[in-house]
Design a binder for this molecule. Structure first.
Ligand SMILES: [Zn+2]
Length: 165
């Protein structure tokens, strides 16, 4: 599918939300609508930027001629810093706990000798799962929208099928 290299109101573009439908401009309006998820977008043609109009959260995409780039969510120069912070967030507490377990071992044969090792693993997985949760929270929004629109479409198909009988 060939899309216009520049964002204008005469062409159709892939939908940045569901990545399934096509957005095209509404008649006599400076806005786009998706033919699949039915979300409404407004555009800034000078900046080649598309904004979601019917969402509480300001989602913005930049048209690079081929596809959409998330404007707010893809800070390239910030990415590695987040990566290091995320790594430290998991590694630091785990190493502190396991170092403590190594330096102060429980009495061999005592009932709680498993506890320091267990605690080290627990710290590691607790922090790792918190990190996962953050990442999912961060990226879930478009995923949710996509699933929602898919569910809505399926529901409509079922309703149409039901009324036909
Ligand atoms: Zn869509």
């Amino acid at each position: 599918m060939n899309h216009n290299q520049f964002l204008d109101y005469n062409s159709a573009y892939p939908c940045p939300v569901c990545r399934h439908g096509e957005i095209s401009s509404l008649a006599l309006m400076e806005a786009y609508a998706c033919n699949f998820c039915q979300h409404i977008f407004t555009a800034n043609l000078e900046k080649q930027v598309l904004k979601m109009a019917d969402s509480q959260i300001a989602l913005t995409w930049f048209w690079n001629g081929q596809n959409w780039k998330g404007v707010n969510r893809e800070g390239v120069d910030m990415g590695w810093r987040y990566g290091i912070a995320a790594g430290l967030f998991v590694i630091l507490p785990t190493s502190i706990v396991s170092t403590a377990a190594y330096l102060f071992p429980a009495m061999p044969g005592s009932n709680l000798s498993w506890l320091p090792i267990f605690w080290s693993f627990f710290t590691f997985f607790a922090h790792l799962s918190f990190l996962f949760w953050l990442v999912i929270e961060y990226y879930q929004f478009p995923v949710n929208l996509y699933l929602n629109s898919l569910a809505r479409r399926l529901l409509r198909l079922f309703q149409r099928g039901g009324s036909g009988i």
